[in-house]
Structure formats: C-alpha cells, structure tokens
Design a protein around this ligand. Structure first.
Ligand SMILES: Nc1ncnc2c1ncn2[C@@H]1O[C@H](COP(=O)(O)OP(=O)(O)OP(=O)(O)O)[C@@H](O)[C@H]1O
Ligand SMILES: [Zn+2]
Length: 816
C-alpha cells in the first residue's frame, strides 16, 4: 500500500495522510507506530489507522520517516474501539491515543535519536547539519528532537535525520524496550563449577573459619539451595535475613565460592505464595451461575444485581476460572484500586503471577511493563481502573465491571469524557467477549437495560449464609430537638444505640459525606466568606491542618484570624464536615477509639492499610467517614451504621442526587451485620417522609427502581433521553460568554428549541481560573438521534470556523 492514514497524538479532527516510503512497503501494517513530521516543525509517533493505494492528489503527502514496530502494537479491536469512542463521545482520535498509551510509547518531539556504533563515520561526505548532529551525538549519545532544534534549522532536521539513518550512523528510538529499561534483580548462587560440594564442603567451611560472617552467608545460601533447588535466591533476601552486606558477598565471589547473577524482573511485584482454591458456591450462587451461563450461550451480557454480602466476588471468581481454563483472558474493572483490597487478595491467592494490575498509581515504566505482558499474553487476568480498557488485549474472553454504578466510571476530569462502564460493553462487542456488570445498587441505566432484556438480569437476593439484611430506622431530628433529646448532631436514640454497640464490643460506622471541618468560615459582622482565588467556590475549612481548601482545584489558604473585609474578629464556621462529626463523636464517646476515613486522612502512604488493619483487629470502635467507607469493607464485627445528617445527600443540584443517596446509604448499610445478620442502620433527617428514605426503609428493590425511573421519565432525564452537555471555558468571562451565546444561536438554527437548554453559566462559574458556560442538549433516544448528532457536528464545524473563538476550550460530555 502506497499511502497511510495516521493517528497523531494531537487534539485534531480525523487522521492524516502520509506516503509510505518504498523501504517500508512490505513491512507496514495497520496498528504499527510510525514516526512522521507534522506541519513542518515537529515529529510525532503516530499509529497507522489505514493503508490504501488510491489517493486523489489534492496535495502532496509527506513521507513517513520511520517505522517503529515489527508487528502491530494496537490490535484491530482496539482501533475499532477507538473509532467507536470518537464517534460516540464526539472526541478526536488523537485524544484517545494520548490517553490510551503510556507516554514512553508515544514519543513526540522528545523522541530520541542515538548514535549507532556499527560504522566508522566518513566525515568527508557529510554536510554541515549532519556533521553537527553526529558531533553532538558523540558527546551526548542520545538527543531528542527538541534538543536538535538548538543547532539545526527546524526545517532541515528531518532531512538530516533521514540521511543519517540511511547511512546507518544513527537510529531513532525503535522498540519499546529501548527506551524502557527492564529492571534487573540480583541473585546469588553457590559456584558449583568451581567446587564439588560433596567432597570439598567441609574444607570450604573450615577455610572460612576466620571470616565468620562469610561462613554464615555461605551456609545460609547452601541451606536455601538444598531446601529448594529450583528457587533462585535473591541477594536482598539474604541481606535481610542474615544482616549481611555487599563486602562479604564480594569477598566470597573473589574466593570463587559464590556467584552473583541477574534476572530481569518486572517492576510490579506479583504474588508468589500459596495458591488458594475458592469455596463451594451456595445453591443460590449456583443458580446465578447457571443463569449467567445460559445468558452467555444466548449471546447476552449480564447485570448481576446481588445484595450486599451476597458473594458477588465468588460468582466473579467462578466465571474468571471458566475463562482461564478456556485459555482466554479476563479484565476486571474496578472504580478504584486502593479501596478494594479484599477482592484483589482473593484473586492473587488464586492466580498468583497470572494476575496483573493497571491503574494511575503506576509509573510510566510500570505501565509499559503491563502493556508488554498483555501484548505477549503473559497475563490472564487484569485488574484495573478505567484506562485498562485500552490495553492491547489479544484474547479477551470476559469483562467484569464491578460496582458498575460507581461514579468513578464517569470521571469528568480526563482529557475527554467517556463512561467506562458503557465503553466496556462496546469493547466486549469488538472482542466478541462476554460481560458482567455487577452491583448491589445498579445504576438506573443498567437496570433499565436489564428490564428490557438487553442485559440479562441475574439476581442474588440473599446474603451469604442466609444472613438477614440490615434493618433501617429513620429518626426525626425535629422531634428529637423538640423533646430536647439531642446532643450536637446526635439524637439520644443514636447515642444510646452506639453505646450499646460499644458495650457489646461491636464496631460502628458513622457516615457523613462532606470533607473538611466546616463548609465555610463566615464573618458574623459583615457576612464575608472566603472564595477560592481560582474558582467561584467557597473554601472549606479543615481544622486538622488549620487551613482553607478548595475541593475543586486543591488551592489552599491559611484560615483568616480576622475578617479580610471588615477586620472584625467575629468569625464563625457554618456547615458541618466530617472532621467536626469526628470531633463530636470523640467527645460523646470519650472512652472509645475513633478513626476517620476520608480523602484527607488517607493521603499519607499506607494510611489506608493501617486503618484497615486496625478495623480488622477490632482496635477501632467507631469509624467516621465519607463515602469512602462504603467501599470494599468486609468485616464481621460491624453491626451499626449511623448517618446523623442524611439530608445533605439529597439536597444536591443534580438529577442523580437521589439515586446516589440511595446507592450510598444502601452500600454503607451493606457493611453492617454481614455475619450476624443483626445489622442496624440509623438515619437522622429533617424529612422523615422523603420518598428516598421511605424507599430505603422498605427495601423493595423493584419499587425503588420504578420510582426513580418514573421520576426520570417525568422530568426527561436518562435513560429516557440522550443528555449531552457542551461546556466552554476561557480565561476571559466576556469571551466565553459571547462564544457560548454564539454556539447557542448556531444550535438553534439546526436543532429544535425544546432540545436546547442554555447557554448559561455553569454551576461552578469559574474553575481553575477558567470561566465556564454550558449548553445542555436533550435528544430523543430514537432513530432521530443520528440526525441530531449530525446536526450537532455541523454546528461544531460552524463554531470552529470562527478564529476569535479558537482559544475557547470546548468540552463535550455525552451521557455524563
Ligand atoms: N460460597 C461461599 N463460600 C464461602 N464464603 C462465601 C461464599 N460466598 C460468599 N462468601 C463470603 O461472604 C462474604 C460476602 O461476599 P462478598 O464480599 O463477595 O459479597 P458482595 O456481594 O461482593 O458484597 P458487597 O457488594 O457488599 O461488597 C465474604 O466474606 C465472602 O468471602
Ligand atoms: Zn479552586
């Protein structure tokens, strides 16, 4: 094929045409990486999206500089997935490519060239630029393109590099492995070539008589090798065990008694302990498995709606095992990696080294390692967060999306918006693999699909061990206040119940889903409150660090001593955060051990692990926390969940607020009474008759979901309409305001009025110094949607033509 369409790592529409040089004609394939010049100046690593022969010569395409892979690095299914994402979420392929690849795999202008040592340089026949470059490389070995720009005119860089590549003087970063350096680990072994152990052992040992430490080290090594001849002995283990050091090793090596050698090691530690089998499934679980198998046979994917502690993990494990036996690979998607110790430990014990992890806590090198292992089919199971959808799977048989309702799957702060749960469903299609969405509180959207049998609805409506679900009790705060049976934010009923738990040595969870100590610091004299200097957001007071924090951009400021506006020192705090609840709890239950779990207290390294252990060992009596405590805790001894201020969850401006409150409360409640069946949930509210609390109390899943669906239908929200939000951002309010008015007027030219809301200021009018305006589109969810989408794209094109608005950032959120 003579020509190629290339995806560049840039936020630009479409792909770009390049000519394939004769050298690569028989090597190039779709999915390989290439090095290409773009707009004369810069060089990028692109991905071959398409190859073709017929090209209408409206312009002269540039040539591909170099081919970086021997075989495709992006599988066909992934390219199809990228195309789908781009068309569904209205984003550019370049954005997807940037997100999908670890950065060492997509070198831009920092792509390196290096000196090859195979030929002596014939300096006579080089031009000036070539000479400069080779001279520079003799000094520095490797240079990136940006560095080369310092001494070669930009326009001539590519020509120069090409000429030197042709002469085989230099090479351009060629394989993943070249930039990425595998980590090596040192091992020690007895030098069996030099000594025949059986005969000389006694001699050897006695020869070391005067060097006790060396003798000890030698014996330890001998011991280990005898005990387990096939297991290499790591130097660091030896050091740790016997308190040895490098000089003893060195001396033994000099005496030719031991050898040091290296093995390449993946940076990510994998479990090497005993492999553990899973327990037998209960009858209910077995039935669920049968239903899942049946669904899979009918080519249907599954929504597994299993109440808390019903053993969804066991169902996953069983289906994972089926896949592994069939020689296929599994992707287990989790909303977050840190908060899910139990399920990962389970899988580690069962699958050991066949298991890998991928999430944003990994370094880029570690990501490349996982990438390679997946590519080489060395991992059978991958546990990861949303970005692991983009790994180059070859043989994917099953995708499991755990806690499918979790909003982490709809994260907004990445370069382009996509819903990882919905995308997983599409990825499964492209790989022709199966999919299970699992949750105790499925999203309305998934539930709706299940009711229409677009997903097979599989229910586990009983807890493991036939344990009772917790019991809910609503406490009317107003009533407690009237009867003066309240201390701070805690009614006497709640206090009594917590005391009862303490007496019985049971643990209690207290949920308050608001970070910080107080929502605002307010001046009682003039009413002044402190706003973030970057955002239109009131700053939250954190008492522990005695500072104000913006929860949107992270900006911090010290707490004012007097009012910055009127100098009055009559400052007060308003709005209660989880730190204040913790303080109150500590006061009321002064003899008990109280801990807090929220983003702020869990920031320190191993903070989560430490607290987790305290909880497990029963050292914590009361755990106060934000929504973090609703995830992944599976302990025997928690019986009470108390929610002192439940109304704060409902009074949120978001059409999902009630759904989320229901999910959060049910999930936290699910932590209680998992063994005893005596879980108790106390909810304090000013609105005891609010439908959400009623529904939670009644625990009728069908009724609950029907209520939510009816509300959505009435007010025209998903899943009954397609919701698209367009957000425009700019430093100058005036500019973004005008731009959004203009965009609104284009929309109104093509799209019916009843589909358009706005433009208007976003609920957070300024974020990170950018002013934000938004337009909301509600499209019907029928065949017409395609037409509307076309019109939307047409509107964007028209908007993009205005040069004055080029600097306005436009974010599109489809199904946000
Ligand atoms: N078949 C089984 N044999 C033995 N133990 C089981 C079995 N099924 C579940 N369990 C145990 O029951 C407890 C609850 O199971 P699991 O944590 O998988 O529930 P879950 O449905 O994921 O709940 P949640 O949604 O609340 O996290 C766990 O401690 C698990 O080990
Ligand atoms: Zn801010």
């Amino acid at each position: 094929m003579q020509f190629a369409q290339i995806i560049l790592p840039l936020n630009l529409k479409g792909t770009f045409t390049y000519k394939v040089p004769a050298d690569f004609l028989d090597k190039i394939e779709v999915g390989m990486r290439v090095l290409v010049p773009f707009r004369g100046k810069k060089i990028y690593t692109g991905i071959v999206a398409e190859l073709f022969n017929d090209f209408e010569e409206t312009f002269v395409p540039k040539e591909i500089i170099n081919l970086l892979d021997n075989q495709p690095i992006v599988p066909q299914q992934q390219l199809e997935f990228w195309n789908w994402l781009s068309s569904y979420y209205l984003c550019n392929l370049g954005e997807i490519y940037r997100l999908a690849f670890p950065s060492s795999l997509k070198l831009e202008s920092e792509t390196y060239v290096r000196l090859l040592s195979e030929r002596t340089i014939d300096w006579q026949n080089l031009d000036a630029n070539e000479t400069y470059l080779l001279q520079a490389l003799e000094v520095r070995q490797m240079l990136n393109l940006q560095e080369i720009e310092a001494f070669i005119p930009k326009k001539e860089i590519i020509k120069t590099i090409n000429a030197l590549i042709d002469e085989r003087y230099i090479s351009v970063d060629e394989k993943i492995t070249e930039k990425y350096k595998a980590k090596e680990v040192a091992y020690l072994r007895i030098n069996r070539d030099e000594l025949n152990i059986k005969i000389h052992l006694a001699e050897v040992i006695s020869s070391l008589k005067k060097a006790k430490k060396q003798q000890e080290l030698f014996l330890l090594l001998l011991d280990k090798e005898t005990e387990n001849p096939d297991k290499p002995v790591r130097k660091s283990d030896i050091f740790d065990e016997g308190n040895f050091n490098q000089s003893q090793v060195k001396l033994l090596i000099e005496k030719k008694l031991i050898q040091e050698y290296y093995l390449e090691k993946y940076r990510i530690e994998s479990y090497e302990g005993k492999i553990e089998e899973i327990e037998e499934l209960t009858d209910i679980q077995k039935t669920a498995i049968l239903e899942i198998n049946q669904a899979f046979e009918e080519d249907k994917n599954v929504l597994l709606h299993g109440v808390t502690s019903s053993g969804k993990t066991h169902i996953y494990l069983e289906k994972i095992e089926d896949c592994v036996i069939a020689g296929e690979n599994v992707l287990l998607l989790l909303p977050e990696i840190a908060l899910t110790k139990q399920i990962t430990i389970r899988l580690e014990k069962k699958y050991g080294k066949k298991l890998g992890f991928y999430h944003n806590k990994l370094t880029d090198f570690e990501r490349v390692e996982v990438w390679k292992k997946i590519k080489n089919n060395e991992l059978q199971i991958l546990i990861g967060t949303r970005n692991s959808l983009f790994l180059p799977y070859e043989n994917l048989g099953l995708i499991i999306v755990d806690e499918e309702h979790d909003s982490a799957y709809r994260q907004r702060d990445q370069s382009f918006f996509f819903n990882a749960k919905d995308s997983a469903m599409m990825l499964a299609e492209f790989y022709q693999s199966r999919l299970i969405l699992g949750s105790a509180t499925p999203s309305l959207e998934s539930y709706d699909l299940a009711m229409k049998d677009k997903l097979r609805y599989v229910v586990l409506n009983e807890r493991f061990g036939e344990v009772d679900l917790p019991e809910f009790k609503i406490i009317d705060i107003k009533e407690a206040q009237n009867q003066k049976k309240i201390v701070g934010n805690f009614s006497q009923t709640m206090i009594d119940e917590i005391n009862r738990q303490l007496e019985e040595r049971k643990q209690t969870i207290i949920l308050h889903n608001r970070r910080g100590y107080a929502n605002v610091v307010e001046c009682e004299t003039c009413g002044h409150v402190t706003y973030c200097s970057n955002c239109d957001v009131v700053m939250t007071y954190h008492k522990a660090s005695n500072e104000l924090k913006c929860h949107y951009c992270g900006h911090r400021a010290s707490k004012p001593i007097s009012c910055p506006s009127c100098n009055s020192d009559n400052l007060n705090t308003r709005g209660i955060g989880v730190e204040q609840i913790e303080e109150e709890v500590q006061k009321i239950f002064s003899d008990s051990e109280v801990d807090r779990m929220d983003v702020d207290s869990m920031r320190k390294k191993f903070a989560y692990e430490k607290l987790y252990e305290k909880l497990e060992n029963g050292e914590t009596d009361i755990l106060v926390g934000t929504q973090m405590i609703s995830k992944g805790l599976d302990f025997d001894n928690i019986e009470l969940v108390a929610i002192p201020k439940a109304d704060s969850m409902i009074h949120v401006q978001d059409f999902r607020a009630e759904e989320r409150a229901y999910q959060l409360i049910t999930q936290v409640a699910g932590r209680a009474g998992r063994i005893s069946g005596k879980g108790k949930i106390l909810i304090q509210t000013y609105n005891p008759l609010h439908s959400v609390f009623e529904l939670i109390k009644n625990q009728n899943i069908k009724e609950t979901y029907q209520y939510f669906l009816d509300e959505r239908k009435k007010f025209l929200y998903p899943p009954f309409v397609k919701l698209i939000m367009i957000e425009l951002k700019h430093r100058k309010e005036d500019k973004v305001n005008r731009a959004s008015q203009f965009l609104g007027s284009i929309f109104r030219k093509y799209i019916p009025e009843e589909c358009i809301l706005g433009p208007e200021k976003s609920p957070i009018a300024r974020l990170n110094n950018l002013y934000q305006y938004q337009v909301l589109l509600k499209f019907p969810k029928n065949r017409n949607y395609r037409i509307y989408k076309e019109l939307l794209l047409k509107s964007f094109d028209e908007f993009d033509e205005i040069t004055a608005y080029k600097s306005v950032k436009k974010d599109v959120f489809v199904d946000f």
